[in-house]
Design a protein around this ligand. Structure first.
Ligand SMILES: Cc1cc2nc3c(=O)[nH]c(=O)nc-3n(C[C@H](O)[C@H](O)[C@H](O)COP(=O)(O)OP(=O)(O)OC[C@H]3O[C@@H](n4cnc5c(N)ncnc54)[C@H](O)[C@@H]3O)c2cc1C
Length: 261
């Protein structure tokens, strides 16, 4: 079994500014770390590695220093890191990001059984990248997975929360799973693995290696247009606690919202 985990380096939204002219996010000075849900995906891959002897890969598309996040995954127990980095990738939206990641998976792990992603990245929060990779590869996608029930005989069964309780869903392998924070508790880095992680080779990939051109990715390959961006201001006013049954509270919220219009 081969498992690819997609990890993204994110920033704390309190640490970034928005460039009013370009409407781009100015991340200079922001501390980068692995998206928390992607650590749940890494943990799931490691649990499957322990159970089935799976070969595990972590892949990220990011700036050259994202190599350190891949080494963090290796120190947790992942076998191989793939860093997709190229100036041409800057400004990629979800369409271009998913294209580059898909081509990297096609080239470096063409026979992978499982692609694991986080349910969303905590900075842009679109939840599009995982499903878009699945769509491009023509494989099944199970999103917002809270529990992996089983994986055998070419199929995977998962549990996810639904309005009326838990839902069990199954799909044929290969499949893409996007996981929530409920799926497990990520482990810490292991001292023995840290030594290996420091000296392991990371596969560094540019767009030429993926047969992509600068027109396919980055700003030219990104149809998303950011119309407006605003910093959310904290609303002034005191907190008001509502009591009563769920229906009463819902009714009161609706009345208050109507009155506030
Ligand atoms: C309004 C807006 C403005 C933006 N402006 C900019 C900008 O100015 N500059 C800029 O660089 N970006 C910008 N972005 C972000 C960029 O478009 C997204 O970060 C990127 O396409 C991934 O989408 P996401 O973060 O929503 O990931 P999601 O779809 O929420 O991520 C889900 C999962 O997909 C995987 N994944 C996502 N991205 C990666 C990755 N890079 N590598 C590996 N795995 C990944 C992870 O497993 C992650 O948990 C902007 C996004 C929006 C919505």
């Amino acid at each position: 079994m081969k498992i690819v985990v997609c990890i993204k380096e994110v920033f704390n939204s309190d640490d970034v500014k928005i460039d009013k002219k370009t409407k781009n996010i100015d991340r200079r000075g922001a501390e980068l770390f692995i998206n928390p849900y992607d650590l749940n995906a890494v943990e799931l891959a490691l649990e499957l590695k322990e159970k089935f002897g799976a070969e595990t890969y972590a892949i990220t598309m990011g700036i050259p220093s994202a190599e350190s996040s891949l080494r963090e995954c290796l120190a947790m127990g992942i076998d191989k890191g793939i860093l997709l980095t190229d100036r041409a990738l800057a400004g990629s939206d979800t369409i271009a990001t998913s294209l580059a990641l898909t081509e990297a998976i096609r080239k470096y792990v063409p026979d992978c059984d499982l692609i694991l992603c986080g349910k969303h990245a905590i900075d842009a929060e679109t939840s599009i990248v995982g499903p878009a990779i699945a769509e491009r590869l023509g494989i099944a996608q199970l999103t917002y997975v809270d529990e992996l029930v089983s994986i055998e005989a070419g199929k995977v069964i998962v549990k996810k929360a639904a309005e009326n309780g838990d839902l069990e869903v199954e799909a044929k392998l290969p499949a893409m799973l996007s996981v929530t924070g409920e799926v497990n508790k990520p482990r810490y880095m292991d001292l023995k693995n840290i030594r290996v992680a420091v000296s392991s080779e990371i596969e560094v990939v540019d767009i030429a290696k993926l047969n992509l051109s600068a027109e396919d990715v980055g700003v030219p390959g990104s149809p998303t247009v950011v119309g407006e961006m605003h910093m959310v201001e904290r609303a002034a006013g005191a907190c008001r606690m509502l009591s009563g049954s769920t229906v009463d509270i819902a009714r009161k919220i609706a009345e208050l919202a109507k009155a506030a219009k």
